[in-house]
Design a protein around this ligand. Structure first.
Ligand code: ZN
Ligand code: ZN
Length: 279
């Protein structure tokens, strides 16, 4: 699909390749993919319905104002962060190469579909119909590619979904375990949860497993300095000189702070030198 047009392998250009092209960003980014839009809407519907069932069928019936308020606040705070991260993942340009991008010092490949000269770490996405820099994969849940400019938001999305799923699973399982421990139920007794609670359990289990798998695969890709696509296809090529710490800074920002956990904060572009990236 991609044609090799030129390759400059000087150390100067290798260093420059670590720095993303600063092309003009699109103000509005949205992928018009029907399947992706359905998946993205389903994500919101599942989180909002879980929040509604949690409050209506679990927290309010507890008749414990402190228990209900504390858990309600924690869940809704984390769920809000998850949904904002989802929106930012979906509506942020993941690092698209401009259509018809002319050859330059940073470009080493040519995409005949975009008619663009592209950097070495860019890949064409057939859903977004664009070449994306450091394209990790196209995720239907956020209806967008995960690239160098929105990977922080995607990481936070998976992290907060995993946290709210774990929270719900704990809220559902602790009372059952406690009643078993107090001898109120024995091993032969059968408990049938109401349908809404059963639905909440299924949603929490699905969120827990999917988010954990996506978060771990992202962290594994960051650790190995490869994209998920490169790991799946056993791509031997690797930029390979950056440590995991340098990769985290490239994704989340140059200074470690609470802003790493905030989907409201856009990461500053981190310029990685070869020396800095040595593990
Ligand atoms: Zn392309
Ligand atoms: Zn894509």
């Amino acid at each position: 699909m991609l044609s090799w047009v030129q390759k400059r392998d000087t150390s100067e250009n290798r260093t420059r390749l670590e720095t993303p092209l600063q092309g003009p960003k699109q103000r509005c980014w949205f992928v018009w993919d029907p399947l992706g839009i359905i998946f993205a809407m389903a994500t919101w519907a599942l989180v909002l319905s879980a929040a509604w069932i949690l409050v209506r069928d679990l927290l309010i019936p507890s008749n414990n104002i402190f228990y209900a308020t504390a858990n309600g606040v924690v869940f809704h705070l984390l769920a809000s962060l998850a949904l904002v991260s989802h929106l930012k993942s979906m509506l942020t340009d993941p690092g698209s190469v401009p259509l018809g991008n002319p050859p330059g010092p940073d470009t080493v490949l040519y995409c005949p579909l975009c008619l663009s000269a592209i950097p070495e770490n860019a890949d064409h996405c057939t859903v977004c119909r664009r070449c994306i820099r450091k394209n990790d994969h196209h995720c239907p849940w956020v209806n967008n590619c995960v690239g160098e400019d929105n990977q922080k938001y995607f990481l936070l999305f998976t992290l907060y979904i995993w946290l709210i799923s774990t929270h719900v699973l704990l809220l559902l399982s602790i009372p059952v375990l406690r009643s078993h421990a107090q001898g109120e139920q024995n091993a032969s007794s059968t408990v049938y949860p109401p349908k809404p609670i059963f639905f909440l359990l299924l949603v929490a289990l699905m969120g827990f497993i999917l988010a954990l798998v996506m978060f771990c695969s992202q962290m594994c890709a960051i650790y190995r300095d490869k994209t998920t696509i490169e790991m799946l296809y056993q791509n031997k090529h690797s930029r390979g000189r950056r440590s995991m710490w340098a990769n985290m800074k490239a994704i989340c920002g140059p200074r470690v702070s609470l802003t790493w956990l905030s989907p409201f904060h856009a990461p500053e572009r981190y310029k990685v030198s070869e020396n800095h990236g040595m593990a």
